[in-house]
Structure formats: C-alpha cells, structure tokens
Ligand binder design. Structure first.
Ligand code: ADP
Ligand code: ASP
Ligand code: MG
Length: 401
C-alpha cells in the first residue's frame, strides 16, 4: 500500500511532537507500506515569518514573501528526516524543487499544475520514507510559490492523486471534522463521514480543518480523505463522495473572520454599473463574496459586498482610483465583521433553516448585516465580536445534544 500522511503545524511543533510523528510513520513503514509524509511548518512559524516580513517592509513583494514562507516547511522536513534517521529508518526530505511540484505563477495563492513523481517513486523503491514540504511549489520562472494559508493539505491530496495512493490521511490537533470548531463550540460532534460537497462548503466558509482546495482536488480525483488526530488513536472523519449515514438537516456551522465589508455609495441607478464595479475587482484578482444591492432611490443606489480582509486595502485603492468611472459618491469599509454559515445538503428540501438561524441569532441579540444563500448553505455577516456567541447559538439550534 502507498500511504500519504500529512501532519499540520501543531503536530510538529517541537522535538517531542516530531518524534511522535516519526514513530507513527515508521509503524506503517514497518508493515511494509510505502510512506510519503507531507509536513507543514512547525507550530506558528508561518505567522512569525509573516510578522518579520511586515516589520521589515509592509509592502514587500509577494515573491519575496513566498521565498521566506517556504523556509518554514523546509525546516520541518529536514528535522523529520533526521528524527527518523535517529530511529534507524532510512528517510529523505524533499522540497518543491526536488520533487518538482509545478504551480501557476501567482505568488501566495498558487495552484498545482503538475507534480513529477519519478524522484519520489525512485526513493520509495529504495525503501525510504519520503518527506515532502507542504504548502510550496515552483512556477514557470523557477521561483518558489505558496498555495495560500493552510495549503499543506492540498499538497497531500495532490501527491496522493499523482501517486495513485491507496490512502490519504490528514493528521491535525483535533480528532476529525466536527459539526463546528470544537474550540468554540465545546459540544460540537465529531462526524464519522462527510461528503466532499459539504466539506468543501464548510472549508470555504472558514472551517480551517481542511484547506478548501484540498477538498476540491480530492473530489476531482476521487481521493478519499481521513482527518484524524496526530496525538490520539481515535478514528477520525472520512471525507468522500457519498455517505451512508442518515442525512442530517445541517452538517455543520462555520465561522470566518477573514472578511471585510465594502460599501460603494451613491452609484447611478443605470445598467452596467454593477458590471463596472465587479469587473474592477475581477481584473485585480480580488474575490468577492456576499453581495447586496439597495433598491434605487432618487436615481442612485448602493452596492455592498465582502472581500477577504487581506484584500481590503487593494480593493479600496482600486475603487477610489476609479470612483468617477463607476459613478460612486463615497466608498466605505468595515473590517470588524465576520461570517457565520450553516451548511447541510438536507436544507434543500427543508424550508425552516433560514428562519431557525435568524431566530437563534435574535435570541442572543446578534444583528445581521448581510445575508446570502445557496442550496446547501446560509451565510450571515455579523459584527466580529459576536462571532463565537453566534456560532454557538446557531449550532445549538440545529445540532441536538
Ligand atoms: P493543521 O495545522 O493541522 O493544519 P489547522 O489549525 O489548520 O491544523 O486546522 C485544525 C483546526 O481547525 C482545529 O484546531 C480547529 O480549531 C479548527 N476547526 C475549525 N472548524 C472545525 C471543524 N468543523 N472541525 C474540526 N476542526 C475545526
Ligand atoms: N504553514 C502554512 C500555513 O501556516 C501551510 C499549512 O499549515 O498548511 O498556512
Ligand atoms: Mg491546516
């Protein structure tokens, strides 16, 4: 069997944890399996590196940021190979250049294009455990790129797909995928199984237990995932196409603090204005999420929308620059907001979910600023300070104790 095992930052945060991971991987190796290990940077290394960068130059080029961030993963893979070596097992660490993991050229948000497998296969054939840097790739300029925060999960799935692995295991600091972040909602329940589609919604809406692109890729290539703890032997959650369990109305609640609201005020109420606003965002690769347009009054209208907090500065700069062209009188922004979403395939056939969610928020005095829905989710934008309270209230409304 070929097994891809991915360990997140907290699972390799210090010497003891690194030794623990090494032992778990060696167990599989000793059963005769081929083992490929994908690692994140140790503990909060990536955050620390980003702080260092911001301190030196808040407007640093993304190319240089990626060059810097990629060092985090390189540290963990080298230490892991040494740890396994100290246990008498032959292991080799490889970075994105050595594997070669080709990505698009977009720094800080690159996507995999192709992964060469010869080097990994060669090392596996000589009975080595192969330890690969997560989160990084190489673009057509031979520069290091990174895949976006949390991207090591995507490296693991991409490798599992490229190598036709028999299993892809994502080890983290909780025992699986829960009905909400177990750190915020103590009575959240671990799911035995979840579908790709529901997991993709949860991940996209802020449940950072899996990088959303890893789920997208797992669905596309049919890679079955298991999410489980690196510290306990508990069973974990399987992410796959169809689940056997009776479909619950709601599969989970997710919260996302990485969001900001922008309001473009006093636009001319005529055809083509929304197109101009969102075309500007698209041209600058800024993803827009929840959108709200007011009813026109006195020939003008307002358009509000959300972007990632990290994109707010760029979005505001572009809008200000083009204020006349889009006919805006004023542009406002607020980054003290957050999104809370309920997700569940069951809501397609049940009409009570929206009102239940709004009632739960009303009961705890949380004001809703924007609402958006799809057939399997409802998202509300609220004040950031209310996010934990809102998550718990909505969770308790739908998930029985
Ligand atoms: P890693 O470093 O292992 O990649 P992450 O911090 O990226 O770990 O993701 C794991 C964290 O995701 C958990 O510690 C938990 O707080 C958070 N989380 C958010 N939503 C969920 C959820 N629905 N189920 C499980 N964990 C969740
Ligand atoms: N180290 C990277 C991050 O902190 C990638 C990852 O953890 O998956 O975002
Ligand atoms: Mg992660």
């Amino acid at each position: 069997m070929l097994i891809v095992k991915k360990f997140g930052g907290s699972s390799v945060a210090d010497k003891e944890r690194i030794m623990n991971v090494a032992r778990r991987c060696i167990e599989d190796y000793n059963k005769g399996h081929d083992v490929v290990v994908v690692l994140s940077a140790m503990g909060k290394t990536t955050d620390r590196l980003l702080e260092m960068a911001a301190d030196i130059n808040p407007d640093a080029k993304k190319r240089e940021i990626d060059m810097l961030l990629a060092t985090g993963e390189q540290t963990s893979v080298a230490l892991m190979a040494m740890a396994m070596g100290s246990m008498g097992v032959s292991a080799i660490s490889l970075n994105a250049f050595q594997v070669v993991m080709h990505t698009t050229s977009e720094y800080s948000n690159a996507k995999f294009k192709r992964i060469d497998t010869e080097r990994i296969r060669h090392e596996l054939d000589s009975r080595k455990i192969v330890i690969v840097t997560g989160f990084q790739g190489i673009n057509k300029y031979d520069d290091l790129t990174t895949l976006g925060r949390g991207g090591s999960d995507t490296t693991a799935v991409a490798l599992a797909a490229a190598l036709h692995a028999d299993a892809c295991e994502i080890y983290t600091d909780v025992e699986g995928v829960y009905t909400a972040d177990p750190r915020v909602v103590p009575n959240a329940k671990k799911m035995k199984e979840i579908t790709y589609d529901e997991m993709l919604e949860l991940a996209t809406l802020g449940a950072k237990v899996l990088h959303n692109r890893s789920v997208e890729m797992a669905k596309k290539y049919g890679v079955q995932l298991v999410v489980r703890s690196s510290l306990t032997e508990a069973e974990g959650t399987v992410v796959k196409e169809v689940v056997k369990m009776e479909q619950m109305l709601i599969s989970g609640v997710a919260a996302d603090r990485n969001t900001a609201r922008i309001a473009v005020i006093g636009l001319k109420d005529e055809p083509g204005i929304a197109f101009k606003v969102f075309n500007l965002m698209a041209a600058h690769k800024i993803s827009v999420d929840v959108i709200l347009q007011s009813i026109g009054r006195d020939g003008t209208k307002d358009i509000s929308f959300t972007v990632a907090k990290t994109d707010m500065k760029d979005a505001l700069a572009v809008l200000e620059e083009n204020k006349d062209r889009i006919t805006a009188q004023r542009i406002e922004s607020d980054d003290k907001v957050a999104k809370v979403s309920v997700v569940g395939a069951g809501m397609q056939t049940n009409t009570g979910v929206a009102s239940g969610m709004f009632e739960a928020l009303y009961n705890v005095g949380v004001n809703i600023r924007m609402i958006s829905t799809s057939d399997i989710r409802i998202t509300v934008l609220i004040d950031e300070e209310d996010v934990d309270k809102a998550t718990r209230a909505v969770h308790d409304k739908f998930i029985p104790d």
